[in-house]
Write a protein that binds this ligand. Structure first.
Ligand code: GDP
Length: 747
């Protein structure tokens, strides 16, 4: 096997680096994190000619090697560390033809580290419109490098770039500038102290944390021993270096870069004026948000229902085809349910990222960030937090993933931590059933109490998010300063390939990242719910059958059977009475008999399931924690439902259906409701679901972190268990206290 060439893609943000990466690697990409930090690491393989391969590493966007953020320090640390397995044989510096001057700064710095560098000038398709012309061969000569003029949008020039990568050995590693002129004496001293080291490299090491303190400095030696200058002096020298570089760049561009101003058009400025307008800007954004929200909420319901149905069918199929036993149950109810719980989120994630990618790609997102920044900043959030917060109304999972766009770590962390307060769609079934039970149907100024309560719950969620953001902003001591660069890239038609890769990558990262955790918790919950140690659990069938034989069905089920049988009879009887021959009448009677048996069988199974759940490990735990939930106005049954719905909130309704031994089909939610309404609190002897306990339950679900999938994704996105655990504890305790106060005050 031939050795592959290590290529590092470097460049300013928004130069089309990702597009170039996509062009070079196609679907052979792998996305991970740098060890210990949450900076995304993207790599892929590019096939060159003659079976040679290149390993492409897409480094975070950086404006210069003078680090100001975590992302940039990743780049510097790699370029300084020859021993790193990713150390580039060749650096490919991507620049944008419209911003060549600014882009060249980092190019000259990398060049001065004596790393062979190819200069990619991207977006060549815009040259004509903008009236830009370039003298490539002179540029190559002056910069002492190879230049690839490409358009990653049109796919032109990519083969030429691959050829340059394959021939990287012919590329000069000579520096562009002599940095020592900014402080000759100082550099002379450095040279004498460290005769073996490269001077520019040394300089980068010394100034590495002048602007920013990176978390990890493995590759960088302790700088204190050889800094004889104060931070302020070093900063001043850095500025001097930048000026020196721009002098050089200006000189080069003067000879090679020509722009005919008349060719450039002014429509961009006028669109910008509208999109960032104090009134229209917000209105337009609101309109776009509503559309996105609608899409995640509505459109994804079709594929989600479809997925749901498929998994139900698959589970049914397994149960009927495989021999009954623990393994079959584990497969059908534990593993399959777990995988279903992961797959079900894919449509929402895909839709959200489709829209986000479109907004980013088109250049509109930068305007939104600019607009929202003013509003969000006082709460410790970033303009970019608005997208996660709004998406959280559909589901916190894609919302938490969407925080990756927020560069500032503190703002990103706060957004991640508060997003689960936003009312997500999984809370809706819980809210709806409890509201229907405990909130009276009357109206207040034409608005129904029930609708008002629901609105209030949404507002409470949003308020909790904003409020906790403010508090977190005060208490979190995280140094995460970065220069706020509002870059307004020009408007572009989104590139299908980029949008597609974003959607695929986000979906994959959810399925593999959070999937494992969701699956394991599902299996644990399944185990606890379908196993028990007591003889009651193990002999549930006989016990329940015996009970039915001696004292009959549960009162509720008895009524239910009678009612259904009556309605069946009334449908069948008219035909039977009109039937002339007695044979027909006999057949009718038989069919009623069969209906009765099947209804009884169903009721029996429901009662067994209920009895089993009651005596399973979960049931035992539920009863054990009853003293804890009694002050909130719940009994052990609600306790169990709260426990199991830790997997996902919507499980609440299903668990109550099982424990009240009623079916859980769509048309039977009405029966669950009736059943819940007839429940009596053992202590107060009053209705269990009353205004006090109902409100308490609503508030509990509004604040509690009842979603393992969110915890799993928070773990993935923050790269540590610390934050999801803190979130779980804080939200649960908070929810408990609020629910407790609500019940005690209202009862
Ligand atoms: P990155 O931030 O450097 O990774 O840049 P992206 O790859 O995300 O691209 C930034 C923007 O430039 C996107 O809107 C792309 O669609 C656009 N873009 C990328 N390559 C080209 C190109 O060759 N021509 C034009 N006109 N636009 C491009």
């Amino acid at each position: 096997m031939s050795k592959s060439i290590n290529v590092a893609l470097i460049g300013n943000p928004n130069t089309g680096k990702t597009s170039v990466f996509n062009q070079l690697t196609g679907l052979s990409q792998k996305v991970g994190n740098y060890p210990g930090i949450t900076v995304e690491k993207k790599e892929g393989i590019c096939k060159l000619s003659r079976g040679v391969k290149a390993h492409i590493l897409d480094l975070p966007g950086t404006y210069s090697l003078n680090t100001t953020s975590l992302d940039e320090s990743v780049v510097v640390e790699l370029l300084l560390n020859k021993k790193d397995k990713d150390f580039p044989d060749v650096a490919v510096v991507v620049s944008d033809v419209e911003n060549l001057k600014r882009n060249l700064l980092v190019f000259t710095q990398i060049k001065d580290l004596k790393i062979p560098s190819i200069l990619v000038i991207n977006m060549s398709d815009r040259m004509e419109k903008k009236g830009i012309s370039l003298n490539i061969s002179l540029l190559e000569e002056l910069l002492n490098t190879k230049v690839a003029l490409i358009s990653s949008r049109k796919g032109t020039g990519i083969d030429g770039l691959k050829q340059l990568i394959a021939d990287y050995k012919t590329i000069s590693a000579e520096p562009n500038l002599d940095t020592t002129v900014i402080a000759p004496e100082y550099f002379e001293k450095l040279r004498k102290t460290f005769p073996k080291e490269d001077l520019y490299k040394l300089w980068i090491v010394i100034t590495q944390d002048v602007n920013f303190m990176p978390i990890e400095k493995k590759a960088v030696k302790d700088t204190s021993s050889f800094t004889t200058k104060s931070k302020a002096e070093l900063k001043r020298l850095q500025q001097k270096e930048t000026i020196l570089r721009y002098q050089f760049i200006n000189k080069v561009l003067k000879e090679t870069y020509l722009i005919d101003r008349n060719a450039a058009k002014g429509w961009r400025a006028s669109i910008d004026r509208i999109l960032t307008h104090r009134v229209f800007g917000y209105l337009i954004f609101l309109f776009i948000l509503v559309t996105i929200f609608q899409a995640i909420y509505d459109w994804s319901s079709y594929p989600m229902d479809f997925i749901d149905a498929q998994f139900a069918a698959a589970s049914e199929w397994i149960k009927t085809t495989l021999p009954p036993g623990v393994f079959t149950n584990l497969l059908a109810e534990g593993i399959l349910a777990g995988i279903g719980g992961i797959v079900i989120f894919i449509p929402q994630i895909a839709f959200l990222f489709l829209f986000i990618a479109l907004l980013e790609e088109s250049g509109y997102m930068s305007r939104v960030v600019f607009l929202m920044d003013r509003i969000m900043r006082p709460f410790g959030l970033s303009g970019k937090s608005i997208v996660p917060l709004i998406s959280g109304t559909a589901c916190a999972i894609p919302a938490v993933m969407a925080t990756r766009n927020i560069e500032n770590w503190k703002e990103r962390l706060i957004t991640i931590l508060v997003t689960p307060f936003i009312t997500c769609s999984a809370r809706l079934p819980v809210y709806l059933i409890i509201i229907a039970l405990v909130i009276p149907e009357g109206r207040f100024f034409g608005l129904s109490y029930q609708a008002l309560t629901l609105t209030l719950l949404y507002l409470i969620g949003f308020g909790a998010a904003i409020f906790s953001a403010m508090i977190l902003n005060k208490i979190l001591k995280i140094r995460s300063r970065s220069f706020f660069v509002v870059e307004m890239p020009s408007y572009k038609m989104p590139l299908f390939k980029n949008v597609f890769y974003t959607v695929v990558e986000k979906t994959k990262s959810f399925v593999y990242g959070a999937g494992k955790i969701i699956l394991s918790i599902s299996i644990v919950l399944w185990f606890l719910g379908s196993n028990g140690y007591s003889s009651e659990f193990n002999n549930a069938e006989e016990i329940v059958t015996q009970k039915i034989e001696t004292i009959g069905f549960d009162e509720y089920n008895q009524e239910q059977i009678q009612r259904e049988l009556n309605s069946y009879r009334s449908r069948v009887m008219p035909e039977a009475s009109s039937a002339s021959d007695s044979e027909m009448a006999l057949a009718m009677r038989d069919s009623i008999q069969i209906k009765k048996l099947s209804l009884e069988n169903k009721a029996r199974n429901q009662e067994i399931a209920s009895y089993k759940l009651e005596n399973s490990y979960i049931g035992t735990i539920g009863k054990a924690i009853e003293p804890m939930v009694l002050p909130l106005g719940y009994d052990w049954k609600i306790g169990i439902a709260v426990l199991t719905s830790f997997a996902a909130r919507e499980v609440f309704v299903g668990t109550l259906a099982t424990i009240y031994s009623v079916g859980n089909d769509e048309e039977e939610t009405e029966t669950i409701k009736e059943r819940m309404a007839s429940e009596i609190n053992p202590k107060t002897k009053k209705s269990l679901f009353n205004l006090a306990s109902g409100i308490s339950l609503l508030l509990f679900y509004a604040f509690a972190m009842q979603c393992m999938s969110t915890l799993a994704i928070v773990k993935r996105e923050t790269n540590s268990w610390r934050w999801p655990i803190a979130q779980l504890i804080f939200m649960s305790v908070f929810a408990y206290i609020v629910a407790l106060i609500a019940f005690q005050v209202l009862k």
